[in-house]
Design a protein around this ligand. Structure first.
Ligand code: B1M
Length: 213
């Protein structure tokens, strides 16, 4: 197997045996983010496909998630850091009913490496909790993540609850089941402020930078 194939296969097989040396090897060729977005994400897509075909069970997908998390934890120290003044405060949450947090946590790393103060509320966060935390933390923006189809709908409900609580700071949304179109036609109309769709973590950083300027 090539290095790239091996990296993808750690994720698919859910094994960490040899992972760290191969990650270090990959860093000679790629940036940390390229390793994540390239071979590691390719492995995750394959996991999603196999899971969809009932060729993997949840316990196996969890092991794949562990490999992805361990990889990101190792690569984090090699990611580009911009030592700037704090640009703003952003609150992140995976929406109610959804446990997927690898993407959200990657967004946290990238934003915090680039001058943002992050309040990460974790997973399965109901709107009430987001509203309470907003009042306590006063962030400049709220980021919502969700990977399930029902999470896209949950974002609509969350936007409504935030609006009813008189909150109107920009909301940034991301996650596999979401599209720019859904964001514009279904979430935005339910809110009194901006709602921006981020296709990946870097896009999230670009949007945050535009918002804060
Ligand atoms: Co789940 N799962 N899962 N899963 N899982 C998916 C999402 C699924 C597509 C797999 C499939 O069937 N093909 C499917 C959803 C189907 C649907 O709704 N249409 C699915 C399912 C069905 C489920 C369960 C229901 C399975 C079950 O129990 N029967 C269950 C749900 C539990 C729940 O949430 N209530 C479940 C559970 C799990 C595990 C716990 C085993 C594990 C998650 C572990 C964890 O996160 N701690 C897991 C995993 C790993 C996946 C897949 C395989 C990979 C997700 C991932 O981590 N990707 C996934 C299939 C897939 O996506 N290919 C799948 C890597 C990550 C870096 O990417 O999160 O997309 P992603 O984030 C990207 C962008 O989306 C974006 O930036 C990130 C990086 O650039 N982004 C943002 C995300 N959030 C953002 C927020 C932003 C900006 C950008 O601003 C705020």
């Amino acid at each position: 197997l090539t290095l790239e194939e091996r990296l993808a296969s750690y994720v698919v097989e859910g094994t960490k045996e040899g992972l760290i040396p191969d990650l270090d090897e990959a860093l000679k060729k790629y940036t940390a983010l390229e390793v994540i977005n390239g071979p590691l994400m390719a492995g995750m897509s394959e996991v999603g496909r196999l899971f969809n075909n009932n060729e993997l069970i949840v316990a196996e997908v969890l092991q794949s998630a562990e490999v992805m998390k361990a990889s990101v934890a190792h690569l984090e120290q090699f990611m580009e850091k911009n030592e700037t003044a704090v640009k703003g405060k952003i609150m992140l949450a995976t929406v109610k009913g959804d446990v997927h947090d690898i993407g959200k946590n990657l967004v946290e790393i990238i934003l915090s490496n680039n001058g943002y103060d992050i309040v990460n509320l974790g997973i399965k966060v109901p709107p009430e909790q987001i509203i309470d935390a907003y009042r306590r933390e006063k962030p400049d923006a709220i980021g919502l993540s969700g990977l399930l189809v029902k999470s896209a709908q949950q974002m609509v409900l969350t936007a409504q609850d935030l609006r009813n609580a008189q909150i109107d700071v920009p909301i940034m949304v991301g996650g596999a089941a979401l599209t720019r179109k859904f964001t514009k036609t279904r979430i935005l109309p339910e809110y009194n402020g901006l709602v921006l769709y981020a296709k990946d973590a870097m896009d999230g950083l670009d949007l945050a930078n535009k918002l804060m300027n």
